[in-house]
Design a protein around this ligand. Structure first.
Ligand code: SAM
Length: 252
């Protein structure tokens, strides 16, 4: 279980919004060119975090449901998407990506920023794929850190470039358990000038890309391929040579 805690959720909401902004234009372009996208079918943002990506889809007029394990992340998601919730265009629910059910059906399910690397093993990933399959009427796109990418976590990084926040990242990749751990800690300046300490330890599982593909096909997804963000329509042959890959699965 990796539901992000309260103080970390606050910092995440301020500091880790860049990835959502980076991926949004590519995901929006991809979806707009598909039939479910043209039919304006709703989008499910799995492990939605603070809803920065969800808001990009909402701004384009799609209905969005966000699901996350962390009530603290959802608190910020609901604040960030408040106007859309009030307009009935967005819903944010607490749930587990490994085991959820919904009545609503979605033209696109996305899960971004290595959220699915947070799952502990292949069985958990398979359960997640099954749950997504049940609610999907189209496409499922998620990104994964590869083994190559996770090896880069073997590092210590101090970011003091911002006066408001100091971030210390300590990462390690354990080849034996095929898991990378990252301890993120630091201080955030509060409006009263005092500093609040935050700390979160997360792990990413290094899934074998061939097994990921196999699991998706086993669940029933019709086509599955790996791609780079900049061209989500172009399959790549060697996903393990990338630091991060985007997995595109389709039911149609
Ligand atoms: C790296 S953050 C990514 C958030 C968001 N997708 C983004 O792009 O900013 C990972 C998110 O996954 C959530 N999470 C971790 N395990 C989960 C699970 N089993 N089910 C649902 N959410 C989970 C965490 O609470 C956190 O919000």
């Amino acid at each position: 279980m990796q539901a992000y805690g309260k103080s970390f959720a606050k910092v995440y909401n301020l500091m880790w919004t860049g990835f959502a902004r980076q991926v949004a234009p590519f995901l929006l372009d991809f979806y707009a060119a598909t039939q479910p996208g043209q039919e304006n079918k709703p989008v499910l943002d799995l492990c939605c975090g603070t809803a920065h990506l969800a808001v990009c889809f909402l701004e384009k007029g799609y209905r969005v449901v966000g699901l996350d394990l962390s009530e603290h992340m959802l608190h910020h998601a609901r604040e960030n998407a408040r106007q859309y919730i009030e307009a009935g265009k967005a819903t944010f629910i607490q749930g587990d990506a490994r085991n959820f059910k919904m009545d609503e059906r979605f033209g696109l399910v996305v899960s971004m920023y290595d959220s699915l690397n947070h799952l502990e093993d292949e069985a958990a990933l398979l359960n997640c794929f099954q749950c997504v399959y049940e609610v999907s009427e189209g496409y499922f796109i998620f990104d994964l850190n590869t083994r190559l990418g996770l090896r880069r976590w073997n590092n210590i990084l101090v970011d003091d470039s911002d006066e408001e926040v100091l971030i210390l990242n300590r990462g390690v990749f354990d080849e034996q358990s095929e898991r990378a751990w990252l301890k993120i800690s630091g201080f955030l300046r509060l409006p009263n000038g005092l500093y609040e300490r935050f700390e979160e330890t997360v792990f990413n599982t290094a899934f074998k890309m061939e097994k990921v593909k196999q699991a998706l096909l086993e669940v029933g997804w019709k086509t599955v391929y790996f791609a780079r963000l900049q061209d989500l329509k172009a399959p790549i042959e060697e996903p393990e040579l990338e630091g991060r890959v985007f997995v595109v699965a389709s039911k149609v």
